[in-house]
Design a protein around this ligand. Structure first.
Ligand code: SF4
Length: 282
């Protein structure tokens, strides 16, 4: 079996020591090794945020999209080359704030893309403002009297929009998070992993210990979408982790007529002279 080092560049991570991003990075490398996927067969589209800096130290095809736009780029990549394993690595604010509309529509379309959400309830890169997953009453720089809003639950959102795989893991439990990533990447369709991760610098409430006191593993996936919805909404003294729901449904690539002849990147361009065509855009 390959070593996780094949997924590392010579750039050293700049995340704060102890950041939950390290756990996610490790689990993602583990999952790719377990699935025996080579770096040249993976494309990861990153959003903007602390998580997105991973692009510099993750040795795969990497794109850092505009803020909130990782999913449209990931879907375009998948359409162009269905042989690639395409993963969108996003922050909670990035995916559910700036990119909320893209998230809903990806769940509805069911592309064969995995979405990993670095969920730490804050915008860490901009020094700790409340993100869309911030719990009610959570005090941050932008909510000095506590967040007045209810948080978005990304798994519930994906389920009601039609998503076909939803799971939750925790950066402090790398073996389990590896399993969640492995299953999500293996799923054919839109898979979402909500990865709980402490921001050790700008959140002194949701620490590793805070999560450890609450998280537990569920023993089976729900049989119906409704049952899964009830389970993913459980939050408070107990927070469930695991695969909550999985369903097989036609993917958006399966429905794409242009792909019935084969992979687009392997198809002839259909024009006599590519250079002449490119001149039109100069
Ligand atoms: Fe991690 Fe928070 Fe530091 Fe960003 S600011 S690297 S999320 S600990």
């Amino acid at each position: 079996m390959a070593d996780t080092k094949i997924f590392e560049t010579n750039v050293k991570p700049t995340w704060c020591p102890g950041c939950g991003n390290f756990g996610l990075w490790m689990a993602l490398k583990n999952a790719l090794v377990e699935l025996d996927i080579a770096p040249h067969n993976v494309a990861i589209v990153f959003g903007v945020g602390c998580h997105g800096n991973m692009r510099d130290w993750m040795h795969v095809y990497g794109v850092e999209g505009l803020h909130g736009r990782a999913l449209p780029v990931a879907q375009g990549l998948k359409l162009a080359n269905t042989d690639l394993h395409v993963i969108a690595v996003m922050g909670d604010g990035d995916c559910l704030g700036e990119g909320g509309n893209h998230f809903l529509h990806a769940a509805k379309r069911n592309p064969n893309v995995t979405a990993i959400i670095h969920d730490n309830e804050v915008y860490g890169l901009t020094t700790g403002q409340a993100s869309p997953t911030a719990q009610k009453n959570f005090v941050t720089k932008s909510t000095p009297e506590g967040s007045m809003d209810e948080p978005i639950n990304p798994l519930a959102l994906s389920l009601v929009a039609g998503g076909t795989f939803v799971a939750r893991g925790f950066a402090g439990d790398i073996p389990h998070l590896t399993e969640m990533f492995t299953k999500a990447i293996s799923h054919k369709g839109f898979s979402v992993v909500d990865a709980l991760q402490p921001c050790v610098t700008f959140d002194k409430v949701h620490t590793y210990q805070w999560y450890r006191d609450r998280v537990y593993h569920i023993d089976r996936a729900a049989e119906t979408r409704g049952e899964a919805l009830t389970k993913v909404m459980e939050w408070g003294e107990k927070i469930p982790l695991g695969v909550f729901y999985e369903e097989q449904r036609q993917t958006s690539e399966d429905r794409e007529h242009a792909l019935q002849q084969g992979i687009l990147t392997a198809s002839p361009l259909g024009i006599p002279d590519r250079d002449e065509l490119l001149k039109l855009f100069r």
